[in-house]
Design a protein around this ligand. Structure first.
Ligand code: KG4
Ligand code: ZN
Length: 338
């Protein structure tokens, strides 16, 4: 297939969960980054996979068109199409990957299959001052929680990960128990800003190696709320800020203490966070504070590149393009792993 230029123009598509997103990058610089968030899932308290794939189907063409228009790029100028290959919801991934393949055949340009988790970490490469290699990245999203050692743009090694729930999932499940709508992570963050983080004590799981666990926290929040509601049925309304602050404090402390251990054991002082939960204000503050204490240089992607977006798919796609790492037209999306 012909490669259009040495300065690639890449269309990137992200449809792994409940955001339909498209971006256009010129030689690794962002020209447009558009996200259509699916509101339909709010009423169900979580993402309904079948509804997500249908909504992607409705949004994908207008979102891609909007990205190309904003970038001022004609499809004939594109060098390649990067798309999220996985992990994610298979029906959602299929919409983006099939769209990318169809368009690439029509334009006679290659596709690039991008790993969604690597892309969350790659969001750092969009920073004006990206981290130096090797750096550690705490990747915290709705589906994953990992500490990753990043040795080059495309070389990433998982050092530790959750053995049960992801950090974002812990936020969202706690929010559901409190009666907050999905996704509850940002709402817990907001209420927590007005509360006392030490009002209630929840357990912090300490695992061997560098892994995380949040299922004990979930159970302890459930029992705590059940007990309090027996004594006072309005307990949650009255103490919402303190409950949220205590939950947020516990989750952030769990994450930061393991990250600090890895940084020390691997003797790495370039430290970043990525993924949806990196939008959390306490996690950002703690990273900064710990950075000052321990002499780390700390990095957080710009807000628009923390939660799911196609810009991060595009920048990883850019580096894969430079390496000649293109997808086979028969490449299948993958729901898990990799
Ligand atoms: O990375 P992301 O957009 O999607 C996945 O790939 O999972 O992450 C979404 C997750 C959700 O669980 C959401 O509640 C959480 O990120 N999240 C937050 C905040 N903003 C988003 N969690 C805590 N505090 C926030 N401010
Ligand atoms: Zn994500």
């Amino acid at each position: 297939m012909p490669l259009n230029s040495d300065t690639p123009i890449i269309l990137a598509i992200e449809t792994s969960c409940d955001d339909t997103a498209a971006a256009v990058l010129y030689n690794g610089k962002m020209l447009a980054n558009i996200v259509a968030t699916q509101k339909i899932h709010e009423q169900y308290g979580g993402v309904i996979p079948e509804l997500a794939s249908r909504a992607h189907q409705q949004h994908i063409v207008p979102v891609v068109k909007a990205a190309l228009d904003k970038a001022g790029i004609n499809i004939s100028e594109l060098s390649a199409i990067a798309y999220t290959q996985g992990p994610g919801l298979i029906g959602s991934l299929l919409v983006g990957s099939q769209f990318a393949k169809g368009l690439s055949l029509a334009l006679n340009i290659p596709t690039i299959g991008v790993n969604h988790l690597h892309a969350h970490i790659g969001a750092h490469y969009l920073n004006e001052q990206p981290p130096q290699f090797p750096f550690l990245c705490l990747l915290v999203s709705g589906g994953h929680t990992q500490i990753v050692k990043v040795s080059s743009h495309l070389e990433m090694e998982i050092i530790g990960s959750t053995i049960d729930d992801a950090a974002g999932e812990a936020f969202d499940k706690a929010a559901k128990m409190i009666g907050l709508p999905y996704p509850g992570g940002p709402l817990i963050d907001q209420y927590a800003n007005k509360g006392n983080p030490l009002a209630y004590k929840f357990p912090i799981a300490k695992l061997p190696a560098y892994d995380f666990s949040f299922s004990g926290l979930k159970t302890s929040i459930l029992y705590f709320l059940q007990k309090q509601k027996v004594e006072d049925e309005h307990f949650i309304e009255k103490h919402l800020n303190d409950i949220c602050a205590s939950i947020r404090y516990t989750i952030v402390k769990t994450l930061m203490q393991t990250l600090a251990r890895v940084a020390e054991d691997f003797n790495i002082k370039e430290i970043g966070i990525a993924g949806g939960v990196s939008a959390n204000s306490l996690l950002r503050d703690e990273l900064t504070q710990m950075g000052i204490q321990k002499g780390w240089k700390t990095y957080v992607p710009a807000f628009e590149y923390c939660t799911d977006n196609a810009g991060m798919i595009g920048i990883l796609g850019h580096y894969q393009y430079l390496k000649g790492d293109f997808a086979d037209i028969s490449a299948m999306p993958y729901a898990r792993g990799h």
